[in-house]
Write a protein that binds this ligand. Structure first.
Ligand code: FES
Length: 97
């Protein structure tokens, strides 16, 4: 489990964090925070360098979009989903596990 401060997460600005040796991409949208695998399921690109739209993140390398909530690949060339992680927000505390 890792703990972040909500005020350190800026709206629609993905950040890369490490959890148990794995890179995660964390995105704040409104009152929600999403955490998914940072590495795109298509190739070795970092999703935290991608563009965020409501509920989605687009891989900067070949343009595949992923659902931030489910991790599902929404557009090609990615087919496989990325893993999602549980996020709990309590006041200023954001816990990801
Ligand atoms: S590496 Fe992400 S779409 Fe190709």
């Amino acid at each position: 489990m890792i703990e972040l401060k909500l005020s350190d997460l800026h709206e629609n600005t993905p950040v890369k964090v490490e959890l148990n040796g794995k890179d995660l991409c964390v995105v704040r949208q409104g009152s929600e925070v999403f955490a998914i695998d940072d590495i795109c399921s298509h190739a070795e690109a970092s999703l935290s360098e991608g563009d965020v739209t409501p509920g989605k993140i687009e891989c900067w390398l070949h343009g595949a979009e992923f659902d931030l909530r489910s991790g599902e690949a929404l557009t090609p060339p990615a087919i496989a989903p990325v893993a999602t992680y549980s996020v709990t927000i309590e006041g200023e505390s954001v816990k990801i596990s």
